[in-house]
Design a protein around this ligand. Structure first.
Ligand SMILES: Cc1cc2nc3c(=O)[nH]c(=O)nc-3n(C[C@H](O)[C@H](O)[C@H](O)COP(=O)(O)OP(=O)(O)OC[C@H]3O[C@@H](n4cnc5c(N)ncnc54)[C@H](O)[C@@H]3O)c2cc1C
Length: 416
């Protein structure tokens, strides 16, 4: 067994781990342990039969211009498109603009009146701090039961009454009665992701940009962390041991606790997402980037069209199915294609290439209990020089840009 000594040991070569390494810089004493055979985490890209697919659609919405510029400087020669998003909800056989709550006037008149009536009389219940309670209290039964509840239950694969009211943070498109009425007269469907950017080579191009700032020898692929001795500051992997001064982990937080010998933690729950990437021989619908599906007889909750980003001439889709933590609810390829035929997305096109991946965990179930446990647990580990970060290390809902912001802030605080 090898024994190595480093100042910083990083667990995971996804966006968070690599952004940490890039912020520390090439001269830093560090190693990045990644159990997979390639870097990228959930930001990997699959190239197959001329199609470019990610592990589910990974589009980029930058709030920090300097982060976007920093990445682009390291993506020389890569075509990157900025696209005005076109997204819809398929309901009752028709497409309604997203977000649903701001476009109820596009529903058949009777549905519109129900939604409007219930919206007007919606009343928040201060005693109900759940995500479901927040939805009913703000939007009323009509909007909730047609879209917000069934869609989010398909996605999270759990009872929304168990999730914290802020389970989606800034990613939830809030709107009050005044916004909704205004939108009926003058559409303004802007959400946090009104425009997105995407590189021709797929999401992995952003990973490659981070890798330009990482010493190649620091990246240890196909090597998994199996144990951390917090007192001795020694990490054991499948290939050796590492003495470290500080350890930065982007592994899922409950896994990290187990690796630190804290037993199997309870109170953590999450969903899995089954992703189908589908390539066809001919073009499908145009002028659409993604579609949300609240109806329960459709196995997936969302689909997206890669071919409408770079104007490809063959339909290239990702299809997302929400599964329980145990993996219940999985769809077959045949069921997916059949549902796509029913709604007219697939007509005469032939499927010529496909790929599938399961993201586990995908969306963590954010509850007041998990929030309290994660924040106390992170503070406790930090006392031992172990810092847990990233979407799963922080047990949260966030974007890739958030991962970079968090990693940079951590490195800045460590350098003080
Ligand atoms: C369905 C879905 C769609 C999304 N779409 C978008 C989007 O459009 N835009 C956007 O900005 N964000 C999106 N995200 C979020 C984005 O995927 C994450 O924010 C980001 O990829 C998280 O990066 P990370 O490095 O924190 O975690 P990860 O990508 O999970 O990386 C963690 C790494 O740690 C490794 N690891 C874990 N345990 C060990 C161990 N014991 N030993 C060694 N290595 C280990 C893993 O193999 C992995 O490579 C989406 C997420 C999901 C689930």
């Amino acid at each position: 067994m090898n024994e190595t000594t480093v100042e910083t040991l990083i667990i995971g070569a996804g966006m968070s781990g690599l952004a940490t390494a890039a912020a520390l810089g090439r001269g830093a004493s560090l190693a990045i342990i990644e159990r997979d055979g390639e870097p990228g985490g959930y930001c990997k890209t699959v190239k197959q039969d001329g199609f470019v697919w990610d592990y589910s659609g990974h589009f980029f919405h930058f709030k920090h211009a300097e982060i976007e510029a920093w990445l682009r400087e390291r993506m020389v020669g890569q075509e990157i498109r900025t696209v005005a998003k076109k997204s819809f909800i398929r309901i009752g056989g028709k497409l309604v603009d997203f977000p649903f709550q701001k476009n109820i006037h596009q529903l058949p008149q009777a549905d519109f009146i129900d939604c409007l009536h219930d919206l007007y009389f919606a009343k928040p219940d201060p005693a109900d701090t759940s995500f479901k309670g927040m939805l009913y209290g703000r939007f009323g039964r009509g909007i909730c039961e047609r879209f917000l509840i069934p869609y989010n239950e398909k996605l999270y694969a759990t009872d929304l009454g168990k999730l914290d009211r802020d389970a989606m943070g800034r990613f939830f498109p809030h709107a009050d009665v005044a916004d909704i009425i205004r939108n009926m007269k003058q559409p303004d469907n802007a959400t946090y992701n009104a425009t997105f950017t995407y590189p021709r080579g797929g999401a992995i191009e952003y990973v490659k940009a981070l890798l330009t700032e990482v010493e190649p020898s620091a990246l240890k692929l196909s090597e998994a962390l199996v144990k951390i001795d917090l007192e001795k500051k020694v990490a054991t992997t499948t290939k050796g041991t590492y003495r470290y001064q500080r350890l930065v982990s982007s592994a899922p937080f409950p896994t990290l606790l187990e690796l630190c010998g804290r037993g199997t933690p309870d109170g953590y729950s999450w969903n899995q997402v089954q992703v189908f990437n589908l390539g066809f021989d001919a073009k499908g619908p145009r002028d659409v980037h993604w579609v949300y599906y609240p109806e329960r007889d459709v196995p997936f909750y969302r689909i997206g069209f890669y071919d409408n980003i770079f104007d490809g001439d063959r339909m290239s889709l990702y299809v997302e199915v929400g599964l329980t933590r145990e993996g219940k609810g999985a769809a077959t390829l045949e069921q997916v294609i059949e549902a796509l035929r029913r709604d007219g997305t697939v007509t005469t096109q032939k499927l010529v290439s496909h790929h599938s991946v399961i993201m586990n965990p995908a969306y963590v179930h954010i509850t007041s209990d998990s929030n309290a446990k994660v924040s106390a647990g992170r503070a406790e580990l930090a006392k031992h020089g172990v810092f847990s970060l990233g979407r799963y290390g922080g047990w949260t809902y966030c974007s890739i840009e958030d991962n970079i912001v968090e990693a940079r802030a951590l490195v800045a605080s460590l350098k003080q």
